[in-house]
Design a protein around this ligand. Structure first.
Ligand code: ATP
Ligand code: MG
Length: 397
């Protein structure tokens, strides 16, 4: 029996004029995401995407897992395909969904006839197929409101598709249709969630991570690579820039008032991120900041950080509680890696009492007393290592 994956278009179908663009972007993403699962034919017809294996080697389970994480799809299903013939449809429904029907007490048939040349209309198809299945499963009862098992038949151009209930997709917009941004990825819980949220709104991403060896370890670095890999099932393959941040960080530690250390370091990170973002054609920065979560995330501190460079800084978690962020981290599979206990450069050299309400004037004054800092930042940006994050690599910490 021939099986295919079907993806149902989400929000992009509301976009009117841009529809073709969204559809071809989605097809390109789907092709890329299932590449390592085998050979598939992928096309779009009537706002629906079809992912059809070309041979028996194709791994449909892996492809389905990948497709269900593609932004832009409101729902997905696996479906059997057969000829547009009532007898074939009955047999396919029985062999494909027979096991599910055997477990169910109640069922319902739904039919959609997109190809109007098919001789039975939808109500007739529902009635007749329902009768056929009842005859084979005499214990079953029809329940049109809340059935245990749904049998869905869609008569489309290329064939008849028979499947069970659709599974909700990720929704959102296809990655890349909103531009490109640079996500600031720490080893923590928040920043992978921030990447997920912005990719969901159609941004293609690269990541940047600041490492301060020997204060931060190789294992901490590997943890960040693993987080980028986990996130890549949503964002797609991308680059992770690892910035050797030790010297700028030591410069701030040795030359600035300890109370301002954190805000100065965050401004410095923003400047370096801004430089790399421009180099990579990224039009915005993303952080995992959440208002008032820590001293560097007060409104006044954020004002100081924002003034350090002029790309827009997107903070998708700004209004979220930690419990909500953790819920998402668990769902997208980053939480367990995030809580591994390796140090981040943000947690070294931090003063016991960082200033909660720094002013831009005092911050600029402290920076004026560190004339070497811009040079050290430029060097760090130039020496950033590019790590290629590929969706089919196994994360290892
Ligand atoms: P997270 O859980 O993402 O680490 P956090 O609650 O620990 O966040 P901070 O350490 O203040 O908060 O960092 C706030 C944001 O700054 C992070 O979400 C991330 O976007 C960025 N950031 C922090 N440390 C780094 C780093 N070493 N490299 C890159 N970005 C960083
Ligand atoms: Mg952190």
């Amino acid at each position: 029996m021939q099986e295919v994956i079907i993806g149902y278009q989400g929000e992009m179908s509301l976009k009117g004029l841009n529809r073709n663009q969204f559809e071809s972007a989605t097809i390109k993403i789907l092709r890329y995401r299932v590449k390592d699962a085998g050979r598939f034919r992928i096309w779009c017809a009537q706002s629906t995407f079809y992912i059809e294996p070309e041979d028996a080697e194709a791994d449909l389970d892996l492809a389905f897992a990948r497709v269900s994480k593609v932004f832009g799809l409101a729902a997905v299903s696996r479906s059997a395909v057969c000829e547009k013939d009532f007898g074939a449809i009955c047999q396919t429904a029985e062999s494909y969904l027979g096991a599910a029907l055997a477990r169910a007490k109640t069922f319902k048939v739904e039919a959609r006839r997109a190809d109007k040349t098919f001789p039975m209309d939808s109500p007739a198809l529902m009635r007749e197929l329902g009768a056929y299945l009842l005859e084979r499963n005499p214990r079953l009862k029809v329940d049109v409101h809340d059935p245990d098992c749904k049998v869905i038949v869609e008569i489309r151009d290329r064939g008849a598709y028979v499947h069970g209930p659709k599974v909700p997709g990720e929704g959102g917009l296809p990655v890349g249709t909103s531009g490109r941004a640079l996500n600031m990825l720490s080893g923590g819980i928040d920043s992978p969630v921030a990447a997920y949220r912005m990719a969901k709104r159609g941004l293609a991403l690269d990541h940047i991570h600041f490492a301060s060896p020997p204060y931060t370890s190789e294992r901490a670095r590997r943890k960040v690579i693993a987080l980028a890999q986990h996130t890549s099932v949503y964002t797609g393959s991308c680059n992770l820039f690892v910035v050797p941040y030790t010297r700028p960080q030591e410069c701030i530690r040795d030359n600035a008032p300890p109370m301002l250390f954190t805000v100065l370091m965050r401004r410095s990170m923003m400047r370096i991120a801004g430089q790399i973002a421009r180099r990579q054609g990224c039009e915005a920065l993303i952080t995992g900041e959440s208002l008032a979560q820590v001293a560097s995330q007060t409104v006044q501190a954020i004002r100081c950080t924002d003034a350090a460079q002029d790309l827009p800084v997107l903070r998708p978690l700004i209004g979220m509680d930690k419990t909500e962020i953790i819920e998402t981290a668990r769902r997208i599979g980053t939480f367990e890696t995030s809580i591994l206990p390796y140090e981040d450069c943000c947690t070294i050299f931090t003063p016991p009492h960082p200033k909660l309400r720094p002013t831009l004037e005092e911050v600029l004054e402290a920076e004026a007393a560190m004339p070497d800092l811009p040079g050290l930042e430029a060097e760090a940006a130039a020496e950033a290592e590019r790590v290629r994050i590929r969706i089919d690599d196994e994360p290892e910490v």
